[in-house]
Ligand binder design. Structure first.
Ligand SMILES: Cc1cc2nc3c(=O)[nH]c(=O)nc-3n(C[C@H](O)[C@H](O)[C@H](O)COP(=O)(O)OP(=O)(O)OC[C@H]3O[C@@H](n4cnc5c(N)ncnc54)[C@H](O)[C@@H]3O)c2cc1C
Length: 460
């Protein structure tokens, strides 16, 4: 056990989880968060207020004993409901059985649970309304300002963890020390809208809803009170874009033309459209994520991704567990921990960034496409017939904890296998299963080799 001190910048899901993990390892932990305490000032609008919590996030919350407190406030999600342009709803299972589910959780509720847990530990202090401005690399001194008191402080700790999100200040400090990062923004932005509970009574419960429309889309995550958090993704510029959609009539027209089943909720949605800001979306990639044995980036600060796979927070929470395991393995030798953390996580977070972009493109191009939907059906049939040999990339990412780069490599093989199986066929009954058996034998050999390369032992 260590008696050293740690500063965590940012009290989002990553920062609070890290604070708990470090405090349990015996560190004195000071967390600095630039926003007010969300348990007293509910933050609403702009940032996603509802998050999909999946296997990796579940494991991390279990690891710190917070899972039940979070999931009692969430909604289990077992299927997808795709709302087509003509108002029809197509349902698809999410996992292989109804027991294979994920959770829709309120961001503030999740954060509140983690803050409560962190604050209950005697060696954690959380300072709200306290913004990091800079870190002096030579001394590890941290310059923070306290909004209420209007003054700046210099604080010091043995290690500094940057969990300050996509626009990380700690990342800027690392860039000064020689690291290099890119932030690739995509052409879409997003706005959050709330579909009140009165309009969702006929909606499939326990489902992720989506309204894919090629160049734009809406995602809907259910809330425990029956309402639904909708996220409208639109291009920032162009004919149908946030830049052009600036009048109430135009927004009403978009709903009437493209989202017929949302028409009854038009006035609520239009009001939200004009009161909520447009959020930007992008991918942060680069490194190294650390400076000597002193400063380390974790979560979105190191590897923010686009939200089309619901993995950003899940990957960030997985970071925290990996970090805890490395601290145990290297007896809190941060020099070794930081290097190993970066080397082991970077290939995985690069891979999940690719998978999130793949989903972004797939949703726009193919979700309304009959051939695409048939391929999905075939995948479920393969998982049923060959449970030890085929797991779709979606199942690997959402329900398993195999490395993301293994899931990405499986996707490459699956992208060759599925078109071959589906060529010239449009329904399951017409598939030649003897031929599929032969194709699956080759596929299994490939996957077995990948498993060895990635050190994966679970059946997939
Ligand atoms: C529209 C949208 C939908 C999403 N949906 C999902 C989903 O369904 N599932 C999923 O897994 N992920 C999702 N994500 C991603 C998820 O929100 C992030 O991956 C997650 O919030 C990362 O957590 P974090 O703690 O690393 O960063 P953040 O949540 O961004 O927290 C960083 C904290 O640091 C604070 N901070 C920043 N700068 C400073 C400073 N200088 N000084 C002090 N404090 C500072 C911030 O105020 C903030 O509280 C979504 C993202 C978006 C944009």
């Amino acid at each position: 056990m260590s008696t050293r001190s740690a500063i965590v910048i940012g009290a989002g899901p990553t920062g609070t989880t890290l604070a708990i993990i470090l405090a349990r390892r015996g560190y004195r932990v000071a967390v600095f968060e630039k926003r007010p305490d969300i348990r007293r000032h509910r933050v609403h609008g702009g940032r996603s207020i509802n998050l999909a919590l999946m296997a990796r996030g579940v494991r991390a919350l279990e690891h710190i004993g917070a899972l039940v407190d979070v999931t009692v406030r969430g909604v289990p999600i077992r299927s997808r409901a795709i709302h087509t342009p003509n108002g029809k709803v197509v349902s698809q299972p999410l996992g292989r059985t109804l027991n294979e589910h994920v959770w829709a959780v309120d961001r503030n509720a999740l954060n509140a649970v983690l803050l409560d847990r962190a604050e209950r530990l005697p060696n954690v202090q959380i300072h709200f309304d306290c913004q990091l401005h800079d870190v002096v690399l030579a001394s590890n001194d941290v310059r923070v300002s306290r909004r209420a008191e209007g003054k700046e402080d210099i604080v010091h700790a043995d290690v500094i963890l940057g969990a300050d999100g996509v626009a990380s200040t700690v990342r800027e400090v690392l860039v000064r020390a020689g690291s290099s990062f890119t932030l690739d923004k995509i052409s879409h932005g997003y706005k959050e809208l709330t579909l009140p509970a009165t309009f969702t009574t006929d909606y499939m419960p326990e489902a992720f809803h989506s309204w894919p429309r090629e160049s734009f889309m809406i995602f809907g995550n259910p809330n425990p009170d029956g309402s639904m958090t909708l996220t409208l993704f639109l291009p920032n510029e162009g004919d149908l874009s946030f830049a052009r959609l600036t009048g109430k009539e135009a927004v009403r027209g978009l709903i009437a033309d493209c989202f017929p089943d949302l028409v009854p909720a038009t006035s609520a949605l239009v009001a939200d459209y004009f009161s909520n800001p447009i959020g930007a979306l992008g991918t942060v990639k680069g490194g190294p994520w650390y400076h000597r044995d002193k400063i380390l980036l974790v979560g979105d600060a190191a590897h923010a991704i686009v939200p089309f796979f619901g993995q950003g927070m899940n990957a960030s929470l997985e970071d925290c567990v990996v970090l805890d395991e490395l601290l145990a393995r290297h007896s809190d030798n941060w020099g070794k921990v930081m290097g190993d953390f970066y080397e082991s996580r970077r290939p995985n977070t690069d891979a999940v960034a690719e998978l999130a972009m793949y989903n972004y493109e797939e949703i726009q191009a193919r979700v309304n496409d009959a051939a695409f939907r048939f391929k999905r059906q075939v995948e479920f049939e393969l998982m049923r017939r060959y449970p030890d040999r085929y797991l779709s990339m979606h199942v690997l990412v959402m329900f398993k904890q195999v490395p993301y780069n293994f899931a990405r490599d499986c996707l490459v093989r699956q992208s060759q296998l599925l078109p071959t199986i589906c060529a010239g066929v449009s329904d399951l009954d017409s598939l030649n299963w003897q031929r599929v058996d032969g194709l699956m034998a080759h596929y299994s050999n490939d996957i077995d080799a990948l498993k060895v390369a990635h050190g994966v032992s679970t059946p997939c």
